[in-house]
Design a protein around this ligand. Structure first.
Ligand code: TPP
Ligand code: DXP
Ligand code: MG
Length: 641
C-alpha cells in the first residue's frame, strides 16, 4: 500500500486556475494537503524542506488571488518553491527534483511559464519584479495581457544590499508592485544584524502597525475585518506622532505584520491590495520555517535542507563517509591556526554551518563575523580588517563570491591587502545545479595582479594551504576546495607553509605529462592506473598554484615530454589558459609540443550528482585517460578524446 498522503482536494488542482474557483475553506484544505505532499516528496528526494513548508499557505493564497502565470510570481532564492511547483503542473515530476534530468530545485524559466524568473542566489527578486512592472508599463511584451509582478523575499535575503537598491528604485518609480516579506526569523542559521532586529521589533509590535495604519489614514486599504480594530486604534492615537517603517520611508505602502499561515488574513488582504494598490506595496508576513513538520521545526536550521528521511521519525538517511569533508578539515585547520595567532579572524556571509565557521564562532566569538547575506560587504569588511592588521579568512562559497568581484578587485587586489579567501564548493556541486556551480573563481582571480591562487588536491593539501595563507602577508591569497569528502589521505599533524608558486611532482613517467590543478588529481591518478594496464605511464604533477605559476615546472614538463595536458575543475580562462600563455610565450609550441587543456565546457551544466555532472563536463578519469590516448595518437572508441 502506498504511504502517500491522501490529498482529495489537492488532486483537483492541476493548475492554479483550479484554485480560483474554490471556496476559502477548500483552499485551506489544499494548503494542508500541499504541506503533506511536500513533506512526502522531499522525504524521498531530499532537498530544501523548511522554507517550502513555511510558505505553503502563502503559495496557495498567492496563486488563488493573483492570475499566475499572467501575473509574475518571483520567488527569491527559490529554494522555497517546491509547493509552488506542485501547484503549477509539476506535481507528477516533483519526486525527480534535484536529480539528473529531473526538476530543478529552484525556479527556472525553461522549466515552466509559472517560473518567470530563475534564481538560486538570494535577494534578486525585487529588482526582477520591478523590471517586469516597468516592462509591462512600457509595452515590452507582445502579450498585452501581462499582469502584476509579485516578489516573495525572505528576512534573510533582506540582509543583502541588492534588496535595498531595488526598493530604493521601486519607491522612486512608484509603479504598482507587490513585495511579500516572508519573515520566519531564520536564514539558514538564525539571521543576524540590525535589519533582522528591526524586523523583529515590527513583529513584536504587531498592534502598533494596526495603530499606525490607522493614524496614517490607511484604514481603507485594509479588508473589512481589520478596519474596526484600526479605527479604534486611530481614536487612541489622536495627537500622537508616529514614525513610518523603513519600507514606508522608501516609498512602499507597508501592510503587516500578518500571520502568514492564516488564510483568513492572507486571502482578504491579498484580494484587497490586488484591487486597490496603485504603487509599490510591501506585505509583511510572519511565518515559521519548517511549519507543520515537527522534526523540521525542531531542528536548529528548521529543516533548511535535508537528505532523504523517514517521515515518522525525521531521521535522515545519510551515506556513510569514508573521509572527513573538506569543509571540516578547513574549519579544524583554521581553529588550530587561530589558537597560535591571535590576529587570525573569520568572516562568513550567512553560511556559518556550510563553511564550518560555526565551530570558529563557538571557540572565538569575538574573532568571527557572520555579516548576513552580504558577500560584497564581507569582502570589503575583510579588506578593512586586513588593512587594520588582522589576518581575515573570508570564507565564501565559490558561487557566492561572484557577487563580491568588484570589491575583490577594487578594495582588495589594487590595495594588495592580505585577505585570505577560503573558497568552498569549488567546482561542480551536484544537486543545486548551475546556479551554485563554483566554475569561475580561478578565472576571475588569476587575472588579478598580485593575487595568489591555490587549489587543494586533497584534504592534507588543504591543511597546508590554510597554513600558507596564515603566513602570507604580501597580498591577497585564495585557496579553493570542493564540496564533499576528501580522499582519505593521511593527515599531517600540522599544516606546512608551502613555497609560493611551486608545484609538486606526483609521479615520473614518459611521453605525456599531466599537470593537475586541484581536486581532479584523484581522477588523474585513476586514469593513470588504467593507462598503466596499457603500458603507458604519464608523468603527473600537482601545480598547487594557478598564480603565480610554477614556470620552471611547466617548462621542464614541456621540454621532457611530447605532450602536456592540464586538468582543472574550472572554466577556460583559468589555470590551463595561463599555462598555455606561458608555453606560447616561451616558444615551446614552435618546437611541436602537443598541448591540451581539460576545463569545464562552455555551457551551464544541469543538476545531477557531481560524478554525472563531471561526466557531462568530460572531466572524469575515463575522459582523462581518453585525452591521454588521443594526444598520443592511440585509436580508441572514446567519444570525447
Ligand atoms: C547570494 C547568496 N548568498 C548565500 C546564499 C545561501 N542561502 C540560501 S538560502 C539562504 C537563507 C535565506 O534566508 P531567507 O531569505 O530568510 O529564506 P528562508 O530560508 O528563511 O525562507 C542562504 C544564506 C544564497 N542562496 N545566495
Ligand atoms: C539554497 C542555497 O543556496 C543553499 O541552501 C545551498 O543549497 C547550500 O548548499 P550546501 O548544501 O552545499 O551547503
Ligand atoms: Mg527567513
Amino acid at each position: 500500500m502506498s504511504d502517500r498522503p491522501q490529498t482529495p482536494t489537492l488532486d483537483r488542482v492541476s493548475s492554479p486556475a483550479d484554485l480560483r474557483s474554490m471556496s476559502d475553506s477548500e483552499l485551506r484544505h489544499v494548503a494542508d494537503e500541499l504541506r503533506a505532499e511536500t513533506i512526502h516528496a522531499v522525504s524521498q528526494t531530499g532537498g530544501h524542506l523548511g522554507a517550502g513548508l513555511g510558505v505553503v499557505e502563502l503559495t496557495v493564497a498567492l496563486h488563488a488571488v493573483f492570475d499566475t502565470p499572467r501575473d509574475r510570481l518571483i520567488w527569491d532564492v527559490s529554494h522555497q518553491a517546491y509547493p509552488h511547483k506542485i501547484l503549477t503542473g509539476r506535481r507528477d515530476r516533483i519526486r525527480t527534483i534535484r536529480q539528473k534530468d529531473g526538476l530543478s530545485g529552484f525556479a527556472k524559466r525553461s522549466e515552466s511559464p509559472y517560473d518567470p524568473f530563475g534564481a538560486g542566489h538570494s535577494s534578486t527578486s525585487i529588482s526582477a519584479a520591478l523590471g517586469f512592472s516597468v516592462a509591462r508599463d512600457l509595452g515590452g511584451s507582445p502579450d498585452p495581457s501581462l499582469g502584476d509582478a509579485i516578489a516573495v523575499i525572505g528576512d534573510g535575503a533582506m540582509s543583502a544590499g541588492m534588496a535595498y537598491e531595488a526598493m530604493n528604485n521601486a519607491g522612486h518609480l512608484g509603479r504598482r508592485l507587490f513585495v511579500i516579506l516572508n519573515d520566519n526569523e531564520m536564514s539558514i542559521a538564525p539571521p543576524v544584524g540590525a535589519m533582522s532586529s528591526y524586523l523583529s521589533r515590527l513583529y513584536a509590535g504587531a498592534p502598533y502597525q494596526e495603530f499606525k495604519a490607522a493614524a496614517k489614514g490607511a484604514v481603507g486599504f485594509l479588508p473589512p475585518p481589520f478596519r474596526e480594530g484600526a479605527r479604534r486604534a486611530k481614536e487612541m492615537l489622536k495627537g500622537m506622532t508616529i514614525g513610518g517603517t523603513l519600507f514606508e520611508e522608501l516609498g512602499f505602502s507597508y501592510i503587516g505584520p500578518l500571520d502568514g499561515h492564516d488564510m483568513d488574513q492572507l486571502l482578504p488582504i491579498l484580494r484587497t491590495v490586488k484591487t486597490r494598490a496603485d504603487g509599490p506595496v510591501l506585505i509583511h508576513c510572519i511565518t515559521k520555517k519548517g511549519k507543520g513538520y515537527a522534526p523540521a521545526e525542531d531542528r536548529a536550521d528548521r529543516g533548511h535542507a535535508t537528505a532523504t528521511f523517514n517521515i515518522s521519525t525525521g531521521e535522515q538517511k545519510k551515506a556513510k563517509s569514508n573521509a572527513p569533508s573538506y569543509t571540516k578539515v578547513f574549519a579544524q585547520a583554521l581553529l588550530d591556526e587561530a589558537a597560535r595567532d591571535g590576529r587570525v579572524c573569520a568572516v562568513t556571509a550567512a553560511m556559518p554551518d556550510g563553511t564550518g565557521l560555526d565551530q570558529f564562532a563557538n571557540r572565538y566569538p569575538s574573532r568571527c563575523f557572520d555579516v548576513g547575506i552580504a558577500e560584497q560587504h564581507a569582502v570589503t569588511f575583510s579588506a578593512g580588517l586586513a588593512a587594520g592588521g588582522m589576518k581575515p579568512f573570508c570564507a565564501i562559497y565559490s558561487t557566492f563570491l561572484q557577487r563580491g568581484y568588484d570589491q575583490i578587485v577594487h578594495d582588495v587586489a589594487i590595495q594588495r591587502l592580505p585577505v585570505r579567501f577560503a573558497i568552498d564548493r569549488a567546482g561542480l556541486v551536484g544537486a543545486d545545479g548551475a546556479t551554485h556551480a563554483g566554475s569561475y573563481d580561478v578565472a576571475f582571480l588569476s587575472n588579478l595582479p598580485g593575487f595568489t591562487v591555490m587549489a587543494a588536491a586533497d584534504e592534507a593539501e588543504l591543511k597546508h594551504m590554510v597554513a600558507t595563507a596564515v603566513a602570507h602577508d604580501e597580498g591577497p591569497i585564495a585557496f579553493r576546495y570542493p564540496r564533499g569528502e576528501g580522499t582519505g589521505v593521511e593527515m599531517p599533524e600540522r599544516g606546512e607553509v608551502l613555497e609560493i608558486g611551486k608545484g609538486r611532482m606526483i609521479q615520473k613517467g614518459e611521453g605525456v605529462a599531466i599537470l593537475s590543478f586541484g581536486a581532479r588529481l584523484k581522477e588523474v591518478m585513476e586514469a593513470c592506473e588504467s593507462l598503466g594496464q596499457r603500458g603507458i605511464t604519464p608523468t603527473v604533477a600537482d601545480a598547487r598554484f594557478a598564480k603565480p605559476l610554477d614556470e620552471e615546472l611547466i617548462l621542464s614538463l614541456a621540454e621532457e615530454h611530447d605532450a602536456l595536458i592540464t586538468v582543472e575543475e574550472g572554466t577556460v580562462g583559468g589555470f590551463g589558459s595561463h599555462v598555455a600563455q606561458v608555453l606560447a610565450e616561451s616558444g615551446v609550441f614552435d618546437s611541436g609540443l602537443r598541448f591540451r587543456s581539460m576545463v569545464l565546457p562552455d555551457t551551464f551544466i544541469d543538476h545531477a550528482n557531481p560524478r554525472d555532472m563531471y561526466a557531462a563536463a568530460g572531466l572524469n578519469a575515463e575522459d582523462i585517460e581518453a585525452k591521454v590516448l588521443s594526444v598520443m595518437g592511440v585509436e580508441t572508441l572514446s567519444r570525447r578524446a
